[in-house]
Design a binder for this molecule. Sequence first.
Ligand code: NAP
Length: 464
Amino acid sequence: MSPVVIQSAYLVAAILFILGLRNLSSAKTAVTGNRQAAVGMLVAIVATLVDASVLSYGVILAGIVVGALAGSVLALRIEMTAMPQMVALLNGFGGAASALVASAEIFGAGHTGATLEGVVPFAIVISVLIGSITLTGSLVAFAKLQELIGGAAIKYSGQQFVNGILGLGMLSLAALVLMNTGNVNAFYGLVAISLVLGVALVIPIGGADMPVVISLLNSFSGIAACATGFVLDNSTLVVSGSLVGASGLILTQIMCVAMNRSIGNVIFGAFGAAVQTGAASGEVQDQGNVISYTAEDAAVIFSNAQSVIVVPGYGMAVAQAQHAVRDLTDTLTEQGIDVKFAIHPVAGRMPGHMNVLLAEADVPYDKLIEMDEINPLFPETDVALVLGANDVVNPSARDDKGSPIYGMPILNVDSAKHVFVIKRSMNPGFAGIQNPLFFKDNTMMIFGDAKKVVMSLAEAVRKY
Ligand code: NAP
């Protein structure tokens, strides 16, 4: 196939990736964006396969069959709540693939005696180094989230020093490989130390911070792929790797800003460990009385309301309450009540978690309002229904300078006329801290599983 045709196909693929990303930024166009990106990937794969340098189509076909089967089974079986660890695994495999391809180039050159020129040796080293860190770092993140190992931050004295030594060792070996790409021992050493560093960097981070780490590792896998693109002189890989690298970094930044934390604090701050003491512990502090309501009692206030804002959080995902919420929304809307959803950028355990669940239940997109737009509406709202959310509605983040989450932007539900909170107990959420909202005079707790309570509430509103 003529190089012009191949390069044109790569260009088309790159354009489709960019259009796909653009469309993925809005829920309305996300499905189209996903399809565009998938078609782009197909174009890139076909263009690569018809390129002259393929030696054995049999091996490639076997790889495609095994990969497609494993990918399809995983994608079909995965629960939405387990999506972060699935993404972690995929990032790890992406990093490993980039590192393996780059390694093959160095060994190939060793066998044929060819010299690696220009940026190629540098790109190989970057791909192997970052790809290996991504592989083991992602496997640790996966194991923590899947609870194969404890999710707590693993810390020991002198840890930063040990990590610093590992980092220096890695850079020294990288320099040795760059000076002589035929130095196989230095190359093996580089792979080994990078793999160890991936583990060492992620074990001191608490399981709760893993979504941010996964987003960062996602970015790393993109950078490794981009470097491999330079190794293979493959423009699509350079473009797609850059897109993954940049978008992963942007997402990491968005998550950090929404939690009011720096990336340094996430990686070195041991958030989970820091909040286990004093007022920040999960113990229930005596902050006043808690008013407990049943769904039937609450139905009276809901039926007399004119406006309701639903604030979904991680508990909605755990309870899989999204369809029940849709049913409640329909019931309230039929009674002439205006229902909106308030979406906090880090509600749940991954970016867009609430949007995905509500879209699955066909909640209209225009009912989903972002934090900055919905906050001014709470004071004129009759009922705020907090559904399995906790940290994202904790007024301490706004009012208590001593709180570990002080400065994190929140949804100001406490300014609504009535606040109902559905959760199973007084247990804290992700940050491990008590929530003064639950003790306010205008807050009523409805204890129970989110799905069951919402179903009872909808039933009671219909009967009222
Ligand atoms: P949260 O603070 O973790 O609180 C979730 C609440 O849901 C818990 O208090 C829990 O209380 C309740 N819950 C759990 N299962 C339930 C069930 N079956 N039925 C009813 N309630 C249930 O959640 P959030 O308010 O959504 O805040 C998200 C947190 O995750 C933030 O601190 C954020 O910084 C962090 N985070 C988010 C992301 C992201 O990308 N979204 C990434 C990293 C970190 P009970 O046990 O009493 O029921």
